[in-house]
Design a protein around this ligand. Structure first.
Ligand code: 13P
Ligand code: ZN
Length: 271
């Protein structure tokens, strides 16, 4: 059997968590990632017939039964994932009845998946219904985005418009916009349910005063969405208090959408 630590999907998560840590978004145990991987890939690196242990879930994930995920552990630091993947990551399979998960590899110190696993799994379910190629849910605490949620109104339309207005390419990167939730208690099935509800419309969901969830068909796509939002939020925080002499007009968005053939939220424009 090959060494799981060297599996390409583990290597991708090791590299991504290190990158995100260096950006300052994942202080202490902040942030978590889950990534759907094919059974045949996992089977090259672990005995899938004999799980290490079973871990209960407190909601029904039957829609994902039999699917395999790489997932970061609760309480684990992104800073440490690359050096100690076997302790900080797990490879898990959703049990047939959707009420527990089988640990196939990892969490070597007795650990468990992230406390945000309900939000991840419920988001996976909704995104898979929309896009069969969907694979990744990524949660992180980007500094400027969190700052912006203290000073900007929190409805989806207005928050999205402001982000779009900060960088020309924002409309191109996330034409579907961002969903925004008010402050809520994290790590619960309740926040998972409302996050997943937003995921029916958006690939990005902001948790006010906390962070963001991004999704995609691979780690790069989820990360690229989040880094673009974070950069737009950074520009907003640099200019919010300054007089503005120019802006990107709604007519400019229309021109962009035509040039890039965008399927975008036209109801988010004022024209
Ligand atoms: P975990 O350590 O359980 O992944 O939680 C981190 C976090 O960001 C909570 O929202
Ligand atoms: Zn968090």
């Amino acid at each position: 059997m090959k060494d799981m630590q060297e599996a390409p999907f583990i290597k991708e998560v090791r590299d991504m968590t290190a990158n995100m840590y260096r950006l300052g978004w994942d202080e202490r145990n902040g942030g978590n990632i889950s990534y759907i991987v094919p059974e045949e890939e996992v089977a090259k690196y672990a005995d899938i017939q004999h799980p290490v242990r079973s871990i209960p879930l407190d909601f029904d994930a039957a829609y994902l039964a039999g699917k395999y995920f790489v997932v970061t552990g609760t309480g684990k630091y992104f800073k440490n994932v690359s050096e100690y993947p076997e302790v900080n990551l797990g490879v898990v399979r959703i049990a047939a009845d959707g009420k527990s998960i089988d640990l196939i590899w990892g969490f070597a110190d007795g650990g468990r998946p992230t406390s945000e696993f309900p939000s991840h799994l419920m988001s996976h379910i909704e995104r898979l219904k929309i896009d069969p190629e969907h694979r990744v849910v990524m949660h992180t605490h980007p500094t400027n985005l969190i700052a912006m949620t203290f000073v900007h109104e929190l409805d989806d339309r207005s928050f999205t418009r402001t982000l779009w207005q900060m960088i020309t390419e924002c409309l191109v990167v996330f034409p579907d916009g961002v969903g925004v939730l008010p402050w809520m208690l994290c790590g619960t099935t309740e926040i998972g349910e409302v996050t997943a509800e937003k995921m029916k419309e958006y690939r990005l969901v902001v948790w006010a005063q906390h962070g963001i969830f991004g999704t995609g068909k691979d780690l790069d796509e989820a990360f690229g969405l989040i880094e673009t939002v974070e950069k737009a939020a950074e520009i907003y925080m640099k200019i919010a208090h300054l007089p503005r002499l120019q802006k990107i007009e709604d007519q400019n968005f229309v021109a962009l959408a035509e040039a890039f053939h965008l399927d975008y939220r036209t109801d988010f424009l004022d024209i």
